[in-house]
Design a protein around this ligand. Structure first.
Ligand SMILES: *Cc1c(COP(=O)(O)O)cnc(C)c1O
Ligand code: SF4
Length: 336
């Protein structure tokens, strides 16, 4: 049975979809909400043209007013630095286009396939390696689910499905339920993993319907959230993560190392501690993928090693994420 505790009482009146529709999409409104001036707007607007601003009000509530360097704001605010190009910063740095087995299906690593369920997200992270991914040709349309199940039957060694995107939890309860239940029918699949930022950026997304779908599965369910900074893990987020855990979901977190946002041991140690309070284990600490427009977030490899070593000194082993990077053409993520 679905374990809801008292979520009905605590969830806000507007549904998560209404909240998503009223997310911030223009720079001046976001700056006004944070009591920030509108200087340096030209470069921001230009950067916005290639990858538009999108951020939920819930996430904005966790930012500090009047602070342009707020670590959550910097993850979402388009800035002029994004216009700088560099020959080593590419549109498809991790080689996903090459690894596409079918439109919307990426089979890069042994035993698991990644299904691109949608191109939509509830937040646009400026450093995202998919910021230039051609979603229009590459998501699994409802009608093509049969093609995925066909692919699985031809590849019996695949035992784990990874639902990604975009963000699979931007799909409505009924669409998500259809997809999840349909994909769950493959007997070879042991685990279904969902990569999502929604429990963090839109905690109201964790609805009774969603929990029902997840806990009625005969497969092991893993949810990998994506938090980069402890300020992202508000009490409301902690509540929905507890609900997921109480419905037998294994919770892991991945973080991207971002210059000026979390590239110091103190912040990342606090993040690991807070994640554990939220029933979530740190999984990966990714070096930034070298995607066009994200150069200003790049921290050096030397610094990454140093921070990771400091984390190992201060934390129990299970709270130290693996430091990894992704290289096109490799059979797994590279552990550094
Ligand atoms: C990262 C990734 C995975 C998952 O890798 P794990 O090491 O199992 O977390 C699977 N497929 C693709 C295409 C990926 O990019
Ligand atoms: S795919 Fe993930 S990291 Fe990229 S913009 Fe969407 S939520 Fe952010």
């Amino acid at each position: 049975m679905v374990n809801m505790e008292n979520i009905e009482k605590t969830s806000p009146v507007p549904s998560w979809q209404q909240e998503l529709q009223s997310a911030f999409t223009d720079i001046p409104s976001l700056l006004a909400a944070l009591e920030l001036g509108k200087d340096k707007l030209n470069g921001s607007q230009l950067a916005n043209n290639t990858f538009p601003l999108l951020v939920t009000n819930s996430y904005v509530q966790r930012m500090k007013k009047g602070d342009r360097n707020d670590p959550l704001l910097r993850q979402v605010l388009p800035v002029a630095e994004e216009l700088s190009t560099h020959p080593l910063f590419l549109c498809d740095p991790v080689g996903d286009s090459q690894a596409s087995a079918l439109p919307g299906l990426i089979h890069k690593y042994h035993g698991r396939v990644l299904v691109i369920t949608t191109g939509a997200c509830a937040i646009h992270c400026r450093y995202c390696f998919r910021r230039e991914f051609p979603y229009a040709n590459n998501s699994t349309q409802r009608s093509k689910l049969g093609v995925v199940t066909q692919y699985l039957s031809e590849n019996p060694d695949v035992t784990e499905l990874i639902l990604s995107g975009g963000d699979p939890l931007t799909l409505s309860d009924s669409k998500f339920n259809h997809l999840f239940t349909r994909l769950s029918t493959s007997p070879q699949i042991k685990r279904i993993r969902i990569h999502t930022r929604l429990p963090i950026v839109l905690p109201s997304r964790v609805t009774k319907g969603l929990l029902n779908t997840l806990c009625s599965s005969t497969k092991k369910v893993v949810v990998v959230i994506h938090a980069n900074h402890p300020n992202e893990l508000s009490d409301e987020v902690a509540d929905v993560l507890r609900l997921l855990k109480n419905n037998n979901v294994t919770l892991l977190n991945q973080t991207v190392l971002l210059r000026g946002i979390n590239d110091n041991a103190k912040t990342l140690i606090a993040l690991s501690e807070r994640l554990f309070e939220c029933h979530t284990l740190p999984y990966y600490l990714h070096l930034l993928d070298k995607v066009n427009g994200a150069m200003h977030f790049d921290s050096s490899l030397k610094k990454a090693y140093k921070i990771h070593a400091q984390m190992q000194k201060k934390l129990p082993g299970y709270l130290v994420p693996k430091l990894v990077c992704e290289e096109a053409g490799q059979p797994h993520k590279i552990i550094l």
